[in-house]
Design a protein. Sequence first.
Length: 561
Amino acid sequence: MEKTGFQPRIEWTDALFEQFQVRMETNEWATWDLFRLAYEAERTRVVPNFDQLICLQQLPEVTPYPHQLETAKKVLNELHGRAILADEVGLGKTIEAGLILKEYLIRGLVQKVLILVPSSLVIQWVRELNDKFKISAQKQKNSYSWTDYEIVVSSIDTVKRDPHREIVLKQEYDIVIVDEAHKLKNKKSKNYEMVNSLRKKYLLLLTATPVQNDMKELYNLITLLKPGQLGSQNDYSSMFMETKRTPKNRVELKKALSDVMIRNKRSEGGITFTKRNVQSILLDMYPEETELYEHVTEFIKEQYRKLREEGKGNFLQLITLQRQICSSPYAALVSLKNMKDSEKTPPEVRGRVEELHAMAEKIPAYKKIDKLIELLQTMDDKVIIFTEYRATQDFILYMLQQHGIRAVIFRGGFKRNKKDWMTELFKNRFQVLVATEAGGEGINLQFCNQLINFDLPWNPMRLEQRIGRVHRLGQQRDVHIYNLSTRGTIEEHIVSLLEEKIQMFEMVIGELDLILGNLKVGRKLDNEMMDLFMRNASRDEMKTKLDELGEEMVRVSDVVR
């Protein structure tokens, strides 16, 4: 067999013709069993439509939800294998992609496959395809993998580098699947250029966030799948964009999107989740912690006012320090040491920083840590602890070890093999996983149903992203979430505001996930909340700021509702 284009053909040779003649003369094909087997095989291959998925008979490990079956059928029947799977977080886009791929493979319509995913998810994809879908997918290991394997899973970062790029671009793929496809949003990026250059018949793009910062990103994704679907970029802008984040002619836009994109939402009937129980625990800090918090906050306000008077707008270090002092004195201690040792710290500031650093070093105990250990000692099941800062993460791990609680850490700097190893340790041997948000991206931890937010993000979108690691399809138990915060700090204001707003947010674009990736909105919110706090703004002013964010989310959500 040779491959020409995308259709296999038989190369007739003298040897093959002689074998054919022998079989005909000896009537070797005349048995009923062989005829019936050949007949069934051919009948399967020529089924005219995909109203029934024949792959389900071969997938005892997979019991798809109705929305996943309908998505697979629509992609196969109506969208002809080129689609954006844009389900909300936790609704099983990977299952949908697996069903589509398996169906194509069984019907003989696909043979050569390339799957591009974040590096941290390569192992997870390979295992799921092999274990659940009985698809012989291989992890890309070297430059020979592209030609030696029919079904390869790799990171897009690897594919776009030489020598891999040159080899991959020479291949002819029956189907390409891209997970976290919002990373293709920039038409000028190497990611976009690479996927656009691949020789492919079918293309699946998986992303819960098809719109992030600009509606032009949606145009770019659609153009990858179906060039011309939304007209030229100028036509699209004038027809469908009121502003870069606000659509117009929404009925026409939604109709155009329905030809290339499928989005299932949690709020729709038939998609049910276990109950989510949230408990907010407000703590009184120890006197030494309160004193440090007040001194650090006063120092931050002084520096903040000074930078504003001088017309300087880089408040990142101050924002970080204020949030770290809410997270743990240890995290603030690390930052204060860095400021103390930095040559960039002005002499008139250094002395004050040294005083604060010395004060932080003397704190004998942390209230949050004590409460955390108390909570864990009442739990006999697995628990995920989320924190924003590595220093806090390291200190939590140290204190848990001191109390005989077995725990592993998980963070963004780990290579994919180490992340996979840590996940396995947590699942099979350890009670606690201490994770940063960066470390928690893309992992599914439905085997755990208890989550402790040791510190809280100031943005409700990021809080939902944490919870989405455990509260998703496949979770069999109710999920218990504990939010720790300290009285008399900005964290106390934030947690109460989050409690008020999170229910409203959950009614918009699917529990926040459409703009979870909207980092510009996130950074803007952090800066504005910090500014309000520095100016001693009232709680009502802070609430108004979150109201404004909610209104913006509603406007963006109309794009794909």
